[in-house]
Design a protein around this ligand. Structure first.
Ligand code: GLP
Length: 240
């Protein structure tokens, strides 16, 4: 398994091998990693070298340690492809995971100046305000605050907000979603995010704001999402 004559440092070779086992699913989240001693004996390398590989993987969040108990395989981050205007429900289904929502709040509010400007509607026009926890396989992934123009997207109910909004808009109302612009920011979780996403204080979250238009160019939603930075990474294809 280890090539001692390779110019690649031994700790790095071991690191890559453990990483491959995690990524292929051979080592599963929550499993304990063989001990330093076992690796060292089995591979005929020093425990220091094994420790270096394990430390590097722990620093990269592939592994985590519990004092007195050992080293374990961490949950792997979901890679979210950003090439395409997809919904949370579609994203989860595409990777074979079960999406669900926990509705925190659903009401119709009058648009304040900020919302009115972003949705291109007059101030005080009715807007649905929807706050949902988005879950994958019953694990909270993101907290989402959605503002939808009520005069445009008619008949939204709390029941619909507990499933897919995009499905309702396209398949039930027969409207076509066109394009969106999205910004990303790194932030620290606030009180609400800590509570709803079940994350530790001072955890980083990936905040994004999406403003979405129907195919005819009318803006219908403003969405503020906070994704768990420990469970998500994003991918984008770039061309030039
Ligand atoms: C993602 C986007 C949101 C969008 C939502 C729709 O989470 N970040 O901007 O509103 O998908 O999801 P669904 O159709 O599952 O309700």
């Amino acid at each position: 398994m280890i090539d001692k004559h390779s110019p690649i440092p031994i700790y790095h070779q071991l690191e890559e091998q453990i990483k491959t086992k995690i990524e292929s699913g051979e080592y599963k989240a929550g499993d304990s990693l063989p001990s330093e001693r076992e690796y060292a004996e089995q591979l005929g390398i020093s425990r220091m070298t094994v420790r270096q590989a394990i430390t590097n993987l722990a620093n990269k969040h592939y592994l985590y340690r519990i004092k007195g108990k050992g080293t374990f395989i961490a949950e792997q981050k979901l890679e979210q492809n950003l090439n395409g205007l997809t919904s949370f429900t579609e994203d989860m289904k595409a990777r074979g995971m079960k999406p669900s929502n926990k509705l925190i709040n659903f009401e119709i509010i009058p648009a304040n100046e900020g919302l009115a400007e972003q949705l291109h509607i007059p101030v005080y026009t009715p807007v649905y305000e929807i706050k949902r926890i988005r879950l994958a396989e019953d694990e909270p992934m993101a907290l989402e605050r959605t503002y939808i123009s009520a005069n445009l997207i008619k008949g939204l109910t709390d029941e619909i907000a507990q499933s897919s909004l995009y499905y309702y808009i396209e398949d039930k109302l027969g409207l076509r979603i066109g394009k969106a612009s999205q910004i990303f920011e790194a932030t620290l979780a606030n009180e609400e995010e800590i509570q709803y996403l079940k994350i530790e204080e001072n955890s980083p979250v990936l905040f994004m704001k999406r403003v979405t238009q129907l195919a005819d160019g009318t803006t219908f939603e403003v969405v503020k999402s906070s994704y768990r930075a420990d469970r998500y990474k994003f991918m984008l294809d770039l061309e030039r």
